[in-house]
Design a protein around this ligand. Structure first.
Ligand code: SF4
Length: 944
């Protein structure tokens, strides 16, 4: 067992310094202080008096200026910028630029760079680049563009760049006058004045466990050392500090070279790093969530005597970023272990953020005198209630359930709804956005569910934060606020989120805030390359090489050094270290282990064990969201049952596929009918292509329904392809990504696709066209008997039906990738295979539907015919669906007639429908998290 670094210092000081002293301990993070204090409590030292603070606190607590929230800073910066540019750049447009400018200003001040010199160098470099790269004609053109700032963001960028010296000057002066600022500016101001008198009352100031120190921090410490004795303790190991190419020791080596810190590095440091008794295991897991399974399993391991093998208070879990945080908390909640953590949790990953987003959308629609998009209001309203329901008390939950039982189908339905002062929700009083949000958030706050659940506390904290900033926003800035800038702000903001059990708790830490902590057993999660260290975003007006010459940090290098230091430092005193990484990312791309792990393999003497862990999905923690099918949910589901009195809705193949994919997704999409409002992968060019292709094929073939199609007609159709494509693309251009480049690309791909389909049809003439888009104008529905009382209505739209010789072909056009082989009909209902089989499921459903409706009239074979357009470029004869021959044969044969498989297909359908309508089977989250990556409900599910 190694002694923790801080304990080593405490004992060292206590033994060597018998005189009673008043000491101030300064730490890099609040988490270090928590850890330090619990060590102190255990030691029960009474020789000295200890006070603790963070360096930031020490530097800013007595400053004349206070830190202004970022949104307010941006508002001030925006006003100054507009004045200097003599333009009215809208705040929404300015927001992103302003954020970059603020970051740059903060860096300049924290690193004590002379702003005039830096900005002159930036402008000079820009001039050099421009004179090299841009000829006179282009410059003339540019001057014309500069007139239209609001439509040309590049011009705005150049103009801002040129005026940065003036903006910096005016903005910082204004801030100093108002006694407000950002961190860097406050530090600069602090360094210009005298240090607070109160610091002299300490006998000694001890700095423990620092790594990176900015020039302003260093200067502050130098100044401090002139009024009070200052001692430094660096947490390091010769393994990386004495190796000039090991990046973990980069900042410490730099400190060691400076006059002010040199002496403090003379204290002998033991090396624990390469201890051969240390156990290190690197585990490759199949997916992100399986890492949590490994941790949970180890926490449950027992010794032969039945004691916990890995006591939580001796264990730390390191996560890089907050992506795994919520799933980890959910899993740990099942073990009822006390936790200790301090995170700045991103507001955008909370339910309240999503709710506010919906509320803003409702406000934007209802703020107008006359509602323009009722569907949007209804959809956002239903989604808001679904998001709100888990946050509020039972009384409001019941009210929401009864509203969602019969979701409003028209805006006039909303008037009958009772939910608090309901008019608020539709902004009947036409108030500004901030008033609107304040009233609704106050209502939610007053009815917030009583619970000590972590996630609910987090959401409540976000509501409190919003209720806190809204009045200040209203006071400081009277003008109307747009939803976009508020959302931008929330997207980038975080909220302190903590659990306070420093002595008994299992620590969960971010690698960036792990200074001074030591654990006997340590887990590092998500150690894949690109994630550990993370790839740093680098928006800046300061060019890369100028950063270097002005002593500003290069973000990627800084992050790499800090992560490496955090990792190696935690390893050096751990007894057992478990590093986990996934073999593939959430999107399915292959992953490699972090370079920091690879380095250990080659450079350290550690005994490293590698292993693979594959998780059985059924063994994963239980889904967190589970919707029980109570009476109200069953009533919603009853919409799909055939009744004598009411018109039923049909379950389509898409709905059934959605259920097989994730039953909760089906609930959101088809039961609650929450519209998909998040951009998904499926809204990319492939889907645009798919819907446009269907439209074009319908237009081409519709005039010939009922006719025999021959070579002559196909030639006629070929001649119309271009014009139909142009018409369809321009008709639907509002729904399509219509940049010129994309429109041209779409037209070109569509032309190739349509020509290929017509080539296939040409090869099959003559055939009789029975119909196109069947079910579009007149519903194509049938019912399947579930039990004696319930018949489920099923329906859909069939792309095309034609008749060739003894075959009726049920045709579906597919533009995306799809499988065309199945092992048997039952496999179509297998959740694990639905992703690959969805096109075939759909096709078989349509063929079955057509057969059910026409089985008495037609005696011909009914063939499911999948026109997989991309495959047609390789082989015109790949349109059939193939099924494996029974009796274990490896041979596949084409399905020529659905009637041979109807019985089996209906059995599968009945099993599936019985589950959907079974009140005892809840709608739950899928355990295959990769399915969530492109799901529009990922936010509601907290699986981002
Ligand atoms: S995010 Fe995942 S769990 Fe939630 S509905 Fe979508 S697929 Fe299901």
């Amino acid at each position: 067992m190694y002694q923790p670094f801080l304990l080593q210092i405490i004992r060292n000081i206590d033994q060597n310094d018998s005189a009673k002293k008043n000491m101030l301990w300064v730490f890099p993070t609040l988490l270090s202080i928590d850890y330090f204090q619990q060590l102190l409590n255990r030691e029960e030292l009474h020789n000295n008096r200890f006070s603790c603070c963070t360096l930031h606190n020490m530097m800013s607590s007595d400053a004349k200026m206070a830190v202004l929230p970022k949104l307010f800073l941006l508002k001030e910066l925006h006003a100054v910028t507009n004045l200097i540019l003599n333009r009215e750049v809208p705040f929404d447009q300015f927001y992103a630029w302003g954020t970059t400018i603020l970051q740059d200003f903060n860096l300049i001040d924290s690193y004590l760079v002379n702003p005039s010199n830096l900005f002159s160098a930036c402008i000079q470099q820009k001039k050099n680049e421009t004179s090299l790269a841009v000829n006179h004609a282009i410059l003339e053109h540019e001057s014309v563009i500069l007139h239209n700032l609001s439509t040309n963001p590049c011009s705005l960028s150049s103009l801002l760049e040129e005026n940065l010296p003036l903006i910096y000057d005016a903005f910082t002066k204004k801030m100093i006058q108002q006694d407000y600022g950002y961190e860097g500016l406050i530090y600069r101001e602090v360094l210009d004045g005298d240090l607070p008198e109160k610091l002299t009352r300490y006998d000694q100031v001890i700095f423990a466990g620092f790594n990176l120190l900015t020039p302003s921090e260093k200067k502050f410490i130098e100044k401090l050392s002139t009024i009070v004795p200052v001692t430094f303790f660096w947490d390091t190991d010769t393994y990386y500090i004495d190796n000039p190419i090991n990046i973990a020791g980069y900042y410490l080596r730099k400190h060691r070279e400076t006059e002010v810190f040199r002496k403090s590095f003379n204290i002998d440091t033991n090396t624990h790093f390469n201890d051969l008794n240390k156990k290190m295991v690197i585990t490759e897991v199949s997916d992100t969530i399986a890492q949590i399974r490994v941790v949970i399993d180890m926490l449950q391991e027992k010794t032969d005597q039945g004691a916990c093998k890995h006591p939580p208070h001796k264990m730390g879990i390191v996560i890089s970023g907050t992506a795994l945080f919520i799933p980890l908390l959910n899993a740990l909640a099942t073990l009822s272990i006390p936790l200790h953590f301090r995170f700045n949790y991103p507001i955008k990953a909370t339910v309240v953020y999503l709710l506010v987003k919906k509320l803003i959308a409702i406000w934007e629609e209802t703020a107008a005198v006359k509602y323009t998009d009722n569907t949007l209001i209804l959809s956002n309203f239903t989604a808001s209630l679904a998001l709100l329901q888990p946050l509020v008390n039972e009384e409001i939950q019941t009210q929401i359930s009864s509203i969602l039982t019969y979701p409003p189908t028209h805006v006039s339905d909303l008037e009958k709804i009772k939910l608090g002062e309901f008019g608020l929700w539709l902004n009947e009083h036409k108030t500004g956005l901030l008033n609107f949000l304040e009233k609704i958030l106050t209502f939610i706050n007053e009815h917030f569910i009583e619970s000590d659940g972590l996630l609910l506390s987090l959401n409540k904290a976000v509501i409190h934060h919003l209720l806190e900033i809204i009045p200040s926003l209203k006071v400081r800035y009277e003008e109307n606020h747009s939803g976009l800038s508020l959302l931008n702000y929330l997207q980038e903001s975080s909220i302190p989120f903590y659990q306070n059990n420093p002595t008994t708790g299992l620590y969960i830490v971010d690698i960036a805030a792990s200074h001074n902590l030591n654990f006997e057993n340590i887990f590092f999660l998500n150690m894949s390359e690109g994630n550990f260290p993370k790839v740093a975003p680098s928006n800046s007006f300061i060019p890369y090489h100028l950063r270097n010459s002005f002593g500003l940090p290069l973000e990627d290098k800084k992050l790499e050094s800090l992560t490496a230091y955090g990792f190696y430092r935690l390893l050096q005193r751990a007894q057992n270290a478990y590093c986990l990484f996934t073999s593939r990312s959430e999107s399915g791309a292959p992953n490699e282990m972090s370079r920091l792990l690879l380095q250990l393999f080659y450079n350290s003497k550690l005994k490293i064990t590698s292993q693979k862990f594959s998780v059985h999905y059924l063994a994963l923690p239980k889904p967190v969201i589970s919707i029980q099918k109570n009476d109200q949910v069953m009533q919603l589901l009853a919409r799909f049952l055939v009744t004598q009195t009411e018109t039923s809705s049909s379950l389509t193949p898409s709905a059934l596929i959605s259920y097989l994919n994730c039953s909760l997704q089906f609930y959101f999409s088809y039961v609650l009918q929450i519209k998909q409002t998040v951009a998904t992968k499926d809204q990319d060019i492939t889907v645009q292509l798919g819907s446009l292709l269907h439209e074009i094929m319908e237009r081409l073939y519709k005039p010939f329904v009922g006719m025999e199609i021959d070579a002559h007609i196909i030639t006629q159709l070929k001649s119309k392809v271009k014009i139909e494509i142009q018409t369809v693309v321009s008709d639907v251009s509002t729904n399509v990504d219509h940049t010129v480049k994309n429109a041209m690309l779409l037209v070109s791909i569509l032309e190739n696709f349509v020509k290929r389909i017509l080539a296939l049809d040409d090869a099959n003439v003559p055939f009789k066209l029975l119909g196109v888009e069947l079910g579009k104008d007149k519903p194509l529905v049938t019912a399947l008997r579930l039990d004696t009382e319930r018949n489920v209505q099923l329906g859909g739209i069939i792309d095309r039906v034609d008749e060739k010789e003894d075959l009726i072909r049920i045709i579906d056009y597919k533009t995306g990738d799809s499988n065309h082989k199945i092992s048997n009909i039952t496999s179509l209902f297998d959740r694990a295979q639905i992703k690959e089989n969805k096109a075939i499921f759909q096709m078989m459903f349509y063929a079955w539907l057509f057969n059910t409706l026409h089985r008495t009239e037609k005696q011909k074979k009914i063939m499911p015919y999948l026109m997989h357009v991309k495959a047609l470029f390789v082989d015109l004869a790949t349109s059939s669906i193939c099924i494996q021959q029974p009796n274990g044969s490896k041979e596949y044969i084409s399905i020529k007639d659905i009637r041979e498989h109807v019985e089996e297909f209906e059995e599968g359908m009945l099993r599936l429908l019985s589950e959907i309508f079974n009140p005892l089977v809840a709608f739950t989250q899928t355990e295959e998290r990769e399915k969530c990556v492109y799901c529009p409900y990922i936010g509601i599910c907290q699986r981002e």
